[in-house]
Every structure is written in C-alpha cells, then in structure tokens.
Design a protein around this ligand. Sequence first.
Ligand SMILES: [Zn+2]
Length: 184
Amino acid sequence: MADCTYCEFKGSVLFEDEKVVAALPPSPVVPGHAVVFPRQHFQIVEQAPDEIVSRLFEVANKLSIAMFEGLRAQGTNLIVMDGLGAGQKAPHVAVDVVPRTNGDGLSLAWPSRKLSDEQMGLVETQIKDAMLELSVSAAPVPAAAAGKEREEGEPEAEDEGGESVTKKHKRRVDPFLRQLRRLP
Ligand SMILES: [Zn+2]
C-alpha cells in the first residue's frame, strides 16, 4: 500500500523471506528494538492467513533469542498493537521485539485490577461465545484430539455450548463489517 510505513520500509533489514521482514525501525524505544512484519499489507492480525501469523511469531522468537545471545538481554517483550484501540500507529501488522535489561528505563504500564465474580463470569462467557462462533470456519479438529477434548471438558460445558450456538445464529455479523470496527 502506498504511504504505508512498512510497505515502504526504509530501516535496516535483519532478515527477510517470502512471507516476512525483520528489521530495525528508524525510531527504536531502546537500542536493539526490532520489528517483524508481513511483506503483504494487512492492517490487523485477523486479516492475515494463519501461515503468515505463524511465520511472524517464529521469526519474532528467533529475534528474541538473538537478543538474549547477541545483546545479552535479560528479557524481551514481544508486543502486538492490534487495532486503533490498542495504540496501533501504522496500519500494517507488526510484532515489536524489544530487548530488556535492568534499569533500561522503559515503562510498560500494566496495572492489574480485581474483578468481581460477576464481571469475571461475564467476560468469560462473552469470549467463549465469540470463540465458538469463530470455530465454524476454523480448521476441523482431528478426531483423536476432539475426543480427548470432550473427555476433559466439564459436564456443564455442553449446555453452554448449545445455548451459544443458538445465540450465534441470531447475531451473525459479516466478518468484513466486524473487522472495520477495529482497523487503525
Ligand atoms: Zn503496509
């Protein structure tokens, strides 16, 4: 895409193949901060095929290991800002890989909060229902794995599943329209 930071990337390339590029961004947050992004323009992760998502994280992991080894990092952050609400700036999927050392002064604010049982139950149901809806188009689970999952599942899970399938038909949304709500 024209005028996209990553489609027209100008920084130092560390690695590239037919699917992804790993590079040093021109304005790093600490020395060694790297970024991995798909060659093809995808605005958010859900638009990218699974094989691209897999490759992004394979290469991000290799970069992370290289930072432990080559930069003597004491830790790494692998960060994806996915969508406008998550602070994504460039409209192109990217995984930031940030080498960390004690006292590097980089602050990732991550305060935890206590939820009531009701709040926790609600978000659990909302996410589970949405995941059930997605499984309609997911790759079929091999028979052996599916059987294993059923054995391990809690007895009440079947009732929840049945109810959710009904709800799913009532509020099916075009995937394209759904994605538009979170694009940067
Ligand atoms: Zn792009």
